[in-house]
Ligand binder design. Structure first.
Ligand SMILES: Cc1cc2nc3c(=O)[nH]c(=O)nc-3n(C[C@H](O)[C@H](O)[C@H](O)COP(=O)(O)OP(=O)(O)OC[C@H]3O[C@@H](n4cnc5c(N)ncnc54)[C@H](O)[C@@H]3O)c2cc1C
Length: 397
């Protein structure tokens, strides 16, 4: 049943997915009541610039705002910021808040995202994650006190770690990336692609140490398992994320490393989950994808379903990452174990395009600093295309 103007949609989580959902819902014609609840004391803002422009010092934090005062006013919603949802009663659609209040609606949207994983090092004063505004403000305040060229350890060489190292270098510091695995991004992009990307850090004159076992951060140093240590002015921790689902523990919703939803992003006909927190069916498997574009596409899809009773076109996941002076972009969501082959460009040129495939069918397209080749090749994923056919078509050529 589609939404009517007497409904009340309660959105929990005032991040990208929650805000994009509200924008979509108004665009799709819903005129009823909307309440937006967020535990951060700010209007929705964008996270990708935090590890890029805001850390490098190019942007003030205010430039990340997604929902300006005017946009919030025009959306005609009730917003409650700086307050956490602590539980959800799915029968009455009632959200309980940590200030003791309850909010009841007819429909609930769960968009509580993820938080940065922490490690209980002995000395936390130098250690900063980059997930939210408070994190980056704390890190920038610390970095403002350290001398030019100071060493900053970046624990984790994945997307956030690599972006942080790039930004730290750009602001005149000396990042040292400490990666636990034999290569960064091996878990995300697979063995082969991680080899192709291994030289990026060195080419950008950033020190990358792989197969690192860290025992502790203490007395201004990172201490390694072999007893050696690295004196640092700060530590950036980029070791993945954990889903914010604790508040749903007693709800009875299926939680399996995320809120399990169907192809419409629904946990029940009147409760949806979006973005980083949602575990949704994609190509026959339940998956959770932490990409900006996926959160946006989820928001549009649930809005279309509730406001108009329509199904959104199948999503093609997309992400980008700006690291070591290069742009890495991916379309699709291949398994790291899928085959991958470079089809255009080369390391020497500093730009290339590669196709992932499983069982001879294209599952993903990865590009290094070649956005145009990537985008024109999306047709290969809009419909299932065999690798053989892709090589005949060569949309990138
Ligand atoms: C530093 C950084 C850089 C990134 N760069 C890229 C990039 O280059 N490319 C890319 O594709 N993706 C990138 N991403 C990922 C992208 O930003 C996320 O996929 C996107 O923000 C997910 O949106 P979301 O709304 O699901 O979650 P979030 O943006 O995390 O929003 C969830 C909100 O809910 C709040 N919340 C949590 N629990 C509660 C509760 N109980 N009650 C009320 N509120 C609650 C959270 O505090 C948060 O404000 C980056 C992420 C980070 C952190």
């Amino acid at each position: 049943m589609t939404l009517t103007s007497t409904d009340h949609v309660v959105v929990v989580g005032a991040g990208l997915a929650g805000w994009r959902f509200i924008e979509s819902l108004r665009r799709d014609g819903y005129e009823g009541k909307i309440t937006l609840i967020g535990d951060e004391p700010y209007a929705p803002y964008d996270r990708p610039p935090l590890s890029k422009q805001v850390l490098s010092g190019k942007w003030e934090i205010d430039k990340t705002v997604l929902a300006s005062d005017e946009a919030l006013k025009n959306a005609n919603i009730t917003s409650i910021f700086g307050v956490s949802a602590t539980s959800l009663d799915v029968t009455s659609h009632t959200v309980t808040l940590d200030n003791g209040e309850t909010i009841s609606g007819t429909h609930i949207v769960i968009a509580t995202g993820t938080r940065a994983r922490k490690i209980p090092f002995s000395d936390q004063s130098l250690v900063h994650t980059i997930r939210n505004r408070k994190d980056i403000e704390g890190l920038n305040a610390l970095l403002a006190t350290v001398p030019d060229g100071a060493t900053v350890a970046v624990i984790g060489g994945g997307f956030i770690g690599a972006e942080a190292a790039t930004a730290l270098k750009a602001r005149g510091l000396t990042p040292v990336v400490l990666e636990a695995l034999q290569r960064p991004l091996i878990g995300a992009l697979g063995d082969q692609a991680s080899q192709w990307l291994l030289a990026l850090a060195t080419n950008a004159e950033v020190e990358l140490r792989t197969s690192q076992v860290i025992r502790d951060v203490i007395d201004g140093s990172v201490v390694f398992a072999d007893g050696s240590s690295l004196e640092v002015a700060a530590v950036v921790l980029g070791v993945g994320a954990e889903v914010n689902t604790e508040w749903l523990q007693s709800s009875g919703l299926v939680l399996d490393g995320g809120v399990v939803v169907d192809e419409h992003l629904l946990a029940t006909p009147t409760i949806g989950a979006l973005g980083d927190v949602a575990k949704f069916p994609f190509k026959g498997e339940l998956t959770r994808i932490e990409h900006w574009q996926v959160a946006t596409d989820h928001a549009a899809a649930l809005s279309l379903h509730w406001a108009k009773g329509e199904k959104a076109p199948d999503m093609v996941p997309y992400f980008w990452s700006d690291q070591y002076g290069k742009k890495i972009q991916m379309l699709g969501h291949p398994h790291p174990s899928d085959d991958v082959v470079k089809v255009a460009g080369s390391d020497e040129e500093g730009r290339w395009l590669a196709l992932y495939s499983r069982g001879g069918v294209v599952t993903g397209i990865l590009s290094l600093s070649q956005p145009r080749w990537l985008m024109v090749s999306k047709v290969l994923l809009d419909e299932e295309t065999t690798l053989t056919r892709a090589m005949e078509l060569q949309p990138w050529a």
